[in-house]
Design a protein around this ligand. Structure first.
Ligand code: NCD
Length: 313
């Protein structure tokens, strides 16, 4: 499928070639002269509609759009009740009407919303491309693009990797998207490390097994193979718990530190979509294993590439 005019809602729609085109374009964005970059989306307007908290995704999309010369609209949808009263949503406007209106004002919509399927709902209404910045616990396709780009850059390939996913595999949308995307990269080994209450949903475990990878589910980090290339750590998704006591019981369950590294090969890279709470100790930050800040930074070229591609530029 060509990128021009395309919605990016479900990472399952991506082909291997789509990933390769994106990686190549992102690498190009990294070396592109600032003035040349600023010509690419000159005159375009990008809407960042965030109905849920976001720091990285929202701001990196804004930065990417601005580096390409576009302007951005960031309506205040992620607000407390009192502030929400100021917007039309509070007047009873439907989600569909809000999307239709922003579709008319802008050239691309980036949306984050707590409901599963919300990005698809927006894509069904909008004529211009819609990019999913996270739909509840379902998917976060652009995070997966930057995660795989980071692995590809770090290892020279995203193929045949050995990895561990650690933490909240039940509610973490980043690991769900990753599980779906990995079918194009023939992973050799995937350890799924979580408390039993936060196990990876069965459908994603099945998808991972279909890749031919050796898939291991465990509660202990030390049970993962010492040979892993990447340890992908996730935050316990507090906001998804119906019962706060359950969150209190599970928070802090994994805290990766220098001690943890002893179990793994010295080149293991630690990744995290961020924000972290306490699942990676700050003592890790200066080690050569820490890849998470570089990973976050890769969000800029990857999102620049994606915005340029979906607008046909
Ligand atoms: C992630 C998300 O929103 O799913 N954050 C991000 O976009 N970088 C991970 C998280 O919030 O834990």
């Amino acid at each position: 499928m060509s990128y021009d005019g395309r919605d990016v809602v479900n990472i399952g729609d991506f082909s291997r070639q789509d990933f390769e085109v994106l990686f190549e374009k992102a690498a190009f964005m990294e070396i592109l002269d600032k003035d040349e970059a600023a010509e690419i989306l000159k005159g375009y307007v990008v809407a960042c509609l965030f109905f849920e908290p976001s720091t990285r995704t929202s701001n990196s999309f804004q930065s990417a759009a601005q580096k390409l010369g576009a302007s951005v609209l960031t309506p205040p949808f992620n607000l407390k009740q009192k502030e929400l009263d100021m917007t039309s949503l509070q007047k009873g406007e439907s989600f569909e009407d809000t999307i239709a209106m922003f579709d008319g004002y802008t050239d691309v919509i980036v949306i984050r919303h707590p409901e599963i399927g919300s990005a698809q709902k927006a894509a069904d209404v909008a004529k211009n491309p819609v990019i999913n910045g996270g739909d509840g616990p379902n998917q976060h396709p652009t995070q997966t693009l930057l995660d795989l780009y980071t692995m590809h850059k770090s290892k020279g390939t995203a193929e045949n990797l050995k990895l561990a996913m650690v933490g909240d595999l039940k509610y973490g949308r980043t690991v769900h998207s990753m599980a779906v995307a990995l079918k194009h990269f023939s992973p050799a080994y995937v350890a799924l490390v979580s408390p039993k209450e936060l196990k990876m949903p069965e459908k994603y475990v099945e998808i991972l097994k279909e890749t031919g990878a050796e898939v291991v589910e465990t509660e202990k980090i030390e049970d993962a193979s010492p040979d892993i290339d990447f340890m992908y750590v996730t935050r316990i998704q507090k906001e998804r718990f119906e019962n706060p006591a359950e969150y209190e019981k599970l928070k802090g369950v994994y805290q990766i530190g220098l001690d943890t590294l002893k179990h793994f090969n010295k080149n293991v890279k630690i990744m995290h979509p961020l924000p972290r709470v306490d699942e990676i100790k700050t003592e890790m930050d200066k080690t050569s294993n820490a890849l998470y800040f570089e990973q976050a930074q890769n969000g800029i070229p990857v999102r620049m590439a994606l915005l340029a591609l979906v607008t046909g530029n």
